[in-house]
Ligand binder design. Structure first.
Ligand SMILES: Cc1cc2nc3c(=O)[nH]c(=O)nc-3n(C[C@H](O)[C@H](O)[C@H](O)COP(=O)(O)OP(=O)(O)OC[C@H]3O[C@@H](n4cnc5c(N)ncnc54)[C@H](O)[C@@H]3O)c2cc1C
Length: 468
């Protein structure tokens, strides 16, 4: 392997082949701190040609490689296994905004650009790149594409797949496929772009992308509604969609327990209501006309919801700071959970119409199997996506409870599948949910996936052990 590393050094320079444990450490542990892998080295190329040369070297020496962006993924996709035989290939130095085309409403970016950098470049050109998630200060667009990330604006703009028109990919053979087309219509055979999006680095390395841009809204307005139940939240969603159409850009459900957890762990954050309510919905409306228009729409819709007893109360933010405060409540739920201790997480999707029934049916199943367990249930209700996390009862330690992970997963995922849902909505499969995928996908579907993997990566060097 000395020859291999010597060759890698000749490609990227000594400083960008890290093989000392302390230098590699930040690249080897996942964001949640659940797993630390080992690697032969961490490679840090600065150009597409360098990525291609490194992949060719991996193919020649049969070295597995793990593509990594911001390492914020939540399913152990971006860290190597414990064997120490793979390299991590970090895309972080490919971070140039290559071109902004405000007339075509597209921008072409390197895969290692941080999401926030992409949002800011779009804003500087008077446009909006709408992908938004709590990790946007450190996740990369290549990671967003590879996990087909969702976030808080899917309801209006779709997930990352829908925000991408073209890709540039280094194949497992080290060839460069330039599919950087800014076309909204292009029916020329199999859609390779869609194959690489969501592939979690198992089919190739995304090095560049053409992204869609949108007009900047003239105004956005945020409100927090209090409700008696998830069923009321679904009624509110329909009512808001009827009243506000595509102006409704965010619709996030949070249970009472979620906000209590945030209040416990982050006492300085706002407490919008004097008394607790069973459920809350964080709403965002955006208007292409004016602030007055957005406020008018929201007031009308909230008035109708109060009149029909769909909601019990509501707080409307009347400043940018208040709006940010309400969003902080939502964004601090995962952080509050992390501070409170480990729990068993599920990122699931369901037909929107089944969500209330799923919540009503699954809680009692868990309570029967694990008395006293706590449900941290929140998520992007407008997209049918729940983060349905199960925390230990007060008298059981995190470690003891985590030993039940497979049993808890079975209860939750069986229920999800029973309601026609998916065991991974937006985080992907990685190594964490690989066995669950094998359990729930049909043999027909798994065989097609394996055939695609074998055709594109016959040596099996691309992020092995992830997804399949
Ligand atoms: C606080 C927090 C909030 C989050 N909120 C959301 C949310 O609301 N919605 C959501 O969908 N996700 C969310 N996530 C998870 C989400 O998947 C990531 O934040 C993000 O999309 C991953 O980007 P990354 O650059 O960090 O990728 P990494 O974690 O580095 O990698 C993720 C996967 O993509 C592969 N990969 C990375 N870059 C490339 C590339 N250039 N080519 C090929 N493969 C590559 C990796 O091998 C790995 O399998 C959240 C994560 C955190 C920590």
């Amino acid at each position: 392997m000395m020859d291999f590393l010597t060759h890698c050094r000749s490609v990227v320079g000594d400083a960008f082949v890290l093989d000392m444990p302390a230098d590699m450490a930040p690249f080897l542990t996942d964001w949640r701190g659940r797993f630390t892998g080992k690697a032969l080295a961490v490679l840090r190329p600065a150009s597409v040609d360098q990525v291609a040369a490194l992949v060719r070297a991996c193919a020649q020496w049969r070295v597995a490689l793990v593509p990594q962006g911001g390492n914020t993924g939540l399913v152990l996709g971006s860290v190597p296994d414990a064997s120490g035989s793979a390299v991590v290939l970090s895309l972080a130095r490919l971070n140039t905004i290559r071109q902004v085309d405000p007339v075509n409403r597209t921008m072409t970016v390197d895969a290692g650009c941080i999401l926030q950098q992409v949002q800011e470049a779009a804003a500087a050109a008077g446009c909006l790149f709408p992908l938004s998630l709590a990790a946007e200060g450190s996740c990369t667009i290549g990671g967003n594409l590879s996990t087909n990330a969702g976030g808080t604006a899917v309801l209006r703009y779709g997930n990352t797949r829908e925000l991408c028109l073209g890709l540039e990919v280094v194949t497992p053979q080290g060839e460069i496929w330039s599919g950087l087309r800014g076309l909204r219509k292009d029916n020329t055979g199999y859609d390779l772009r869609d194959l690489f999006i969501g592939a979690e680095g198992t089919l190739g390395i995304i090095t560049g992308a053409v992204l869609k841009l949108y007009p900047q809204p003239k105004a956005s307005i945020t409100a927090l509604a209090a409700l008696p139940s998830p069923a009321h939240a679904l009624q509110l969603l329909n009512l808001m969609q009827d009243h506000c159409g595509s102006s409704l850009t965010g619709f996030e459900l949070m249970s009472r327990y979620c906000l209590e957890l945030v209040a416990q762990q982050f006492p300085s954050l706002p407490k919008p209501f004097a008394a607790p309510h069973p459920q809350y919905v964080l709403l965002e409306l955006s208007s292409s006309e004016s602030e007055q228009h957005a406020v008018g729409l929201l007031e009308q819709a909230i008035g109708a919801a109060l009149e029909r007893d769909v909601i019990s109360d509501a707080v409307v933010a009347n400043s940018v700071a208040q709006s940010a405060g309400l969003w902080q409540l939502r964004e601090h739920i995962p952080l509050a959970q992390a501070k409170a201790g480990k729990n068993i997480k599920h990122d699931i999707s369901l037909p929107v119409s089944s969500i209330a029934d799923f919540i009503a049916a699954t809680g009692p199943l868990l309570e029967a199997a694990f008395p006293g367990c706590q449900l941290v249930c929140f998520g992007h209700l407008g997209d049918g996506n729940l983060h349905y996390n199960v925390a230990p009862p007060d008298d059981i330690s995190n470690e003891d409870f985590l030993a039940n992970q497979d049993k808890v997963n079975r209860v939750v995922h069986d229920s999800v599948v029973g309601f026609g849902g998916s065991i991974s909505a937006e985080h992907g499969i990685g190594a964490l949910k690989r066995d669950e995928l094998a359990h729930y996908k049909s043999a027909v579907e798994l065989n097609m996936m394996r055939a695609i993997k074998a055709a594109l990566d016959p040596l099996g060097i691309m992020n092995p052990g992830k997804i399949l």
